[in-house]
Structure formats: structure tokens, C-alpha cells
Write a protein that binds this ligand. Sequence first.
Ligand SMILES: [Fe+2]
Length: 176
Amino acid sequence: MNEGILSRLIEDCRGATDASDPIAAVRVALGRVVANIEAALAEVPAFEGEDHVLHREPTLSVFLVRQSPNTAGPPHDHGMSAVIAMLDGVEIHRHYRRGADGVALDREQTLAPGELLALTPSDVHAIANPDGTSSIGVHVYLGDIVGNERTLWDPQSGAAMAFTVQDYERMVTPYH
Ligand SMILES: [Fe+2]
């Protein structure tokens, strides 16, 4: 019987939180998922909205993230390490620099299926989907991303604010 790629991922990530190099261990765990993307996608459940929580505890969060077609989200940080793996479609990651007047766009990086991206606790990024179809990625956070205080920046004014899902969704714009 197939134990399930996504179930295995969660067990691997739970083990990774105690590893000497948790990020490296999460990369290995996500590497197993992207080595068999078709099977992993077949396990993705139907879900409403942009996020689906696969697992959440104080030291670990594992989410499926679906970015809607032709949309761009606002810049934000996580306050904890994160590793992202793309399963379907592409995510453009806009990396920002922190400055005295908020954040400024530094560079863009396109993540295609099978690719991984690690972010540090202080990194600021925004996700966009330039395509006409939804993207699906697995986002692993080394902490409880839902319960953690973190920062969101208004992409127009650069103003910082406490992260809320409501403000995040309010600032999602068409991709251009
Ligand atoms: Fe993020």
C-alpha cells in the first residue's frame, strides 16, 4: 500500500525540525516530493481558496499554496525559515530589500515545477503567477506560520503593517 507522498513529507519534516541542519533536511524531504511530481499532484485534495493546511504545530507548518492565474500578492516576511517546492505552474518570487522607507524590489526569480527555494526568517518576498492557470506549491515553515506575528507591506505606499489574511487578500492585484 502506498503510504502517500504528502504524508511521508510531513513525517520527514517533523524529523527535520530536530536535525542539526533543519533547512537541509526539509530540502531533502521536498526533494522526494518533486522527484515524483505527478504522484504528489494526484494526492492534492480539492480545496477552496489559496491555502490548504496539511500540517500545523508549534515548530512546523506545511501548506499547499495555490496562486490564482495572473495575480500578484503583496510583500511579506515570515519570521521563520521557509522552503518552497513547486509542483505545478510557476511562481514568480519578488525579493525585496528592507530600507528606512519600507521595502524596495531587489530581484525576481521564477520557480518552475521541481524547483526549491529557501527563505530566511527576515527575507521579504511576494509571490506572483504570470500564467493563465493556477500554480500549486508546497510551502514548509519551521514554526507555526499562522500563529506568528509578522509583517506585510502595502505594494503601493510601502507602508508596513501587521500581517493579517484579510489585508493580504485585499492587496492582491492583477499580475503585470
Ligand atoms: Fe511567503
